[in-house]
Design a protein around this ligand. Structure first.
Ligand code: 3HC
Length: 289
């Protein structure tokens, strides 16, 4: 199949990688050439890890990379698409703009999926000419490793689109779980309050970063503590998701911790900016908050 992925960030690159490894032709689209180059480099380094584990051969690696083409022109990148997956920043206005463009540029038969973490699929669908073909395909980070795809049906999404996306997800070796369109869906509705509570726990001085993460790692068998995970996801993304839930449900319960708001305002976005609850500038991670 021809898969167009919009956005070459961490998630877009990971999504491009899993489709390319599965033998699909992937058009990776981004407005920035630097982002496209960085996206492709991250696919290459991720595949190099898989090669080291001898789970793919050098030929398979080269074939997967060759399956990915890079485009700064959206019209060119989606012209042949059998499916478009949008993985842009978690910003509602940006997503509405992209989907209105996709409706104009992608083949009429192509379903349009969003990797949004929390924004209403029904709202995104309303910006297009084909709401019945708009669906959420929420991959988890790191995409090549995590098995789950949360498949979100908007109000108008039809059975045909849902079945196609569920089957395609299984064909990638992932496990799709179908959910309905409510703020935060299931994954982030449950995950983000835990991360937010970890930040309140820190802010109120109950324990330090290391202690909070150690309690959750060793006490609950989580692979990462909540503050390390927040850095990994991106603090701006965590804040954006909490804001969508706060607005969507109107419950104080989802109000972002002031510490998170301050850190994002100060440009401390976690791993991607080099500093969040930990400092990544030296390659590893040191506690900073
Ligand atoms: N590409 C390819 N392989 C990768 C990889 C990547 N980017 N990152 C990790 N791996 C592989 C490693 O090679 C290793 O393989 P192995 O098991 O065969 O040895 C395996 O994954 C584990 O990696 P490491 O040994 O390097 O490190 P860890 O054991 O610490 O695992 C982790 C890293 C998989 C990221 C683990 O810490 C983890 O699962 N963390 C939690 C991730 C999580 O919760 N993700 C969901 C976030 S929420 C989300 O995405 C939703 C959004 O909307 C906010």
């Amino acid at each position: 199949m021809n898969i167009s992925v919009i956005g070459a960030g961490q998630m877009g690159a990971g999504i491009a990688q899993v489709f390319a490894v599965a033998g699909h032709q992937v058009s990776l689209v981004d407005i920035s050439t630097e982002s496209l180059d960085r996206g492709l480099a991250s696919v290459q380094s991720s595949l190099a890890r898989v090669l080291k584990k001898e789970r793919i051969t050098e030929v398979e690696l080269a074939t997967a990379v060759a399956n990915i083409s890079l485009h700064t022109d959206m019209a060119e990148g989606v012209s042949e698409a059998d499916l478009v997956i949008e993985a842009a920043t978690e910003n509602v206005d940006l997503k509405l703009k992209i989907f209105a463009e996709l409706a104009r540029l992608a083949p009429a038969a192509a379903p349009l999926a969003s990797n949004t973490s929390s924004i209403s699929i029904t709202r995104i669908a309303a910006a297009t000419d084909r709401p019945e073909k708009v669906i959420g395909m929420h991959f988890m980070n790191p995409v090549p490793v995590m098995k789950l795809i949360e498949v979100i049906r908007g109000y108008a999404t039809n059975d045909e689109t849902t079945k196609m996306v569920m089957q395609l997800s299984r064909d990638l070796g992932k496990v799709p779980v179908e959910v309905t369109d409510y703020p935060g869906f299931v994954a982030n509705r449950i995950l983000m309050p835990m991360i937010n509570e970890a930040m309140y726990t820190l802010w109120e001085g109950v324990a330090d970063v290391e202690a909070i993460d150690t309690v959750m790692k060793l006490g609950m068998a989580h692979p990462m503590g909540p503050l390390q995970l927040a850095d990994y996801i991106g603090l701006d993304t965590c804040l954006a998701i909490l804001n969508v839930m706060q607005e969507g449900f109107g419950r104080l319960h989802y109000q972002a911790c002031p510490l998170l708001v301050n850190m994002v305002t100060a440009g401390k976005l976690g791993r991607k900016s080099g500093e969040g609850f930990y400092d990544y500038s030296g390659g590893g991670k040191e506690m900073v908050v």
